[in-house]
Write a protein that binds this ligand. Sequence first.
Ligand code: G4P
Length: 280
Amino acid sequence: MNINWYPGHMKKTKESIKKNLQLVDIIYELLDARIPISSENPDIDSIVGDKPRIVILNKSDLSSHEGNMKWQQYYQNKGISSVLVDSLNNRGLNEVINISNELMKEKKLKLEKKGIKNKPIRAMIVGIPNVGKSTLINSLSGRKGAKTGNRPGITKGNQWIKLKGNLELLDTPGILWPKFEDESVGLNLAFTGAIKDELLDIESLAFKLVERLVETYPQFLEDRYNINVHEKTTYEIVENIAQNRGCIGKGQEIDFTKVSNIIIDDFRKGRIGRITLELP
Ligand code: G4P
């Protein structure tokens, strides 16, 4: 599935993240709120160990409100702190800072008893590609800018970005690999754009997405494309969408590549609606 990850590469990445882990007090595990399970790294527990962790459900502007609530409840039941974040629009950032301070309270008190005051809390972000690590680093630090050190295996000198609330964030995120084996996970990653399109056939992907949306969010499809999905095959639905969107070639045949790109892009940008693909 994701050809960029080899066992040797994974081992190296793991080691480099573990090294950086020693420098920080707290881990921000970034997940895609639309697919919290599929966007999780399979080895995350062993990588993070017992370091305090906050699950950040990013892109929560694209996932359904109901789904967001269910996932928060799910993590709460597991005793894991979670925050809904929209890194593009700076939503949820204060909560990340507040929870970090809350989780570090005891350690802080201990240090104060030893006479160490105002030691900053150090944090780092980890997550699979495209989950929004750079965007979050930029929005937390209030800067706009290019991706920094955001390539697996490449470590630059560590730089600490000062945040509000006496927090410091490592400017290089830990890039983790996604799960490979499970086909449904692969599809979720592809729908959301976590896997590069070149690796997939866009038409099959769009058909699979439409199939999924007919099951879970039929009304969204009908409203977005002004169609009726009732008792129609996926093929007929895609055909209808193509007709309504003018995806017709010279010989009046349906341009399936064009319509597929439209559907996938609409989904990824949230234009079909706020959609959660995975529930607890
Ligand atoms: P990464 O460092 O983890 O690889 O992810 P990055 O920040 O580059 O973000 C990947 C894409 O996700 C970007 O879209 C970014 O704008 C978008 N994104 C990040 N956080 C959020 C969020 O909270 N909400 C929404 N709606 N989008 C978010 P892009 O520039 O269009 O890149 P691409 O999708 O074309 O790769």
